[in-house]
Design a protein around this ligand. Structure first.
Ligand code: NCD
Ligand code: ZN
Length: 416
């Protein structure tokens, strides 16, 4: 009988990722989702553990479940698409009201390929900010086969350009001008390595022979590993990772320094089934495309671990409704309105709210060599579950559909 119970307990420990009968506190913090019914079911198993464990377990479980408010330094979004024109005016407030800074993607049409264009774009963003909101756009330059290394370094030195973005040609939305071969930007990468300027990579190969679900894993072997070897001091952010292969690589290589990854809220919440549930669901389509459930689980483990090489990057990528709901729908999910609430939910479900601050507010600045924001932001648990918004309209009444979670939001941001 005892043996049976201990086996059940071991199985339980394994499935919840906790260890050691004496470590009740840690175990139960990993178990914020377990309710008292589950505890009751477990009590026959726990009978054989000591009383201190029981008490510790229950106390910590209750405290983990009763976290109602989180106060963290204001987060930054390390990967966002703000677009331009009417779309910029409509989407910017959603990013700027929660995030202090954001790395702004340069894939406009035409793309932001020079320091001069980055400066103009930065000023457009600042001019579109709602009154009274402080927000710093951190600008990026879109690398092409003909990027001028001197222009890039001048932009970085002047503080206009924070990082450069490598889109393999044709990898994603507006990537037709991207780099055809990394060899073509050798002098740019050498310069960036010397200056400590981060390279942000869209980590997918574009070879049509490679299955769309394998493009990230193949990118690691074909492009990223050689890149790390050739430029060992170059700071690289592997953007919006979606696979366990990427997690394995970043977790081991990132320890050496110089390599980090952003993780989106949507890749933590959906797997590839979401795109096909009951029919084709264009609002869950983005690039890199969502993968199998085991990959999502690996991403959750990585993001919620608090490890320094992972940080928040929403990849919020708005498109007009008709461009998404079309015979050839655009890739991109607009998550900005609820991104922080969605991330908080993932961390809560993983029992790792204590690591949310590292992921959302500390790891990014530390990688980019920037200060952590001084202002604080409060996230609160909502008593009455709130539905997210259905759509937003630009000033010329074009509609953008935000990401909708399958369940109502459980967290909200108190006004900052
Ligand atoms: C982005 C976009 O729409 O600009 N789309 C997306 O699916 N994420 C481009 C990108 O970051 O890949
Ligand atoms: Zn993006």
């Amino acid at each position: 009988m005892l043996k049976h119970h201990l086996l059940a307990w071991e199985q339980f420990e394994r499935s919840w990722g906790c260890s050691g009968l004496n470590n009740g506190h840690e175990a139960s913090l990993n178990l914020a989702r377990v309710d008292v019914c589950t505890y009751n079911q477990l009590s026959s198993v726990l009978r054989y553990a000591d009383l201190a464990f029981h008490l510790n377990f229950l106390a910590a479980l209750m405290s983990a479940k009763s976290i109602k408010k989180l106060t963290i330094p204001q987060p930054d979004d390390w990967h966002v698409h703000l677009r331009d024109g009417a779309m910029l005016a409509a989407v910017l407030p959603y990013t700027a009201r929660h995030f202090a800074r954001a790395i702004v993607m340069p894939n406009l049409q035409p793309p932001v390929t020079t320091t001069a264009r980055a400066e103009v774009y930065r000023d457009q963003i600042l001019a579109a900010l709602p009154e009274g909101i402080k927000f710093s756009p951190l600008m990026t330059i879109y690398l092409t086969d003909t990027t001028d290394p001197h222009d890039l370094s001048r932009g970085h030195e002047l503080g206009i350009v924070t990082a450069a973005k490598l889109y393999p040609a044709h990898a994603t939305t507006n990537a037709e001008h991207g780099v055809r071969d990394v060899k073509n930007i050798q002098s740019v990468l050498e310069k960036m390595q010397r200056m400590g300027m981060p390279l942000l990579v869209h980590g997918e190969v574009t070879d049509p022979d490679v299955d769309v679900f394998d493009r990230e894993a193949v990118f690691i072997d074909k492009i990223l590993k050689p890149l790390r070897k050739d430029y060992p001091e170059l700071k690289i952010v592997f953007e919006h990772i979606t696979t366990s292969e990427a997690v394995d690589y970043v977790s081991s290589e990132g320890k050496k320094g110089g390599l980090a990854a952003t993780i989106t809220a949507h890749h933590l919440l959906i797997n590839r089934n979401a795109m096909f549930k009951g029919g084709i669901r264009p609002h869950y389509y983005c690039l890199p495309v969502a993968k199998r459930e085991r990959h999502r689980q690996a991403l959750i483990m990585a993001a919620t671990s608090g490890a320094k090489m992972y940080f928040l990057g929403t990849d919020s990528a708005p498109h007009f409704r008709q461009a998404k709901e079309s015979a050839c729908g655009c890739a991109g999910i607009f998550t900005a309105p609820s991104a922080l609430a969605l991330y908080a939910q993932v961390f809560e479900d993983a029992g790792s709210l204590s690591n949310f601050e590292a992921f959302a507010s500390r790891n990014g600045p530390s990688f980019y060599g920037l200060p952590v924001n001084e202002k604080l932001l409060e996230l609160m648990k909502i008593d009455h579950l709130k539905d997210d918004i259905n759509s937003i309209l630009t000033e010329n009444r074009q509609e953008i559909v935000p990401y909708r979670n399958s369940a109502p939001l459980r967290w909200c941001v108190a006004e900052v």
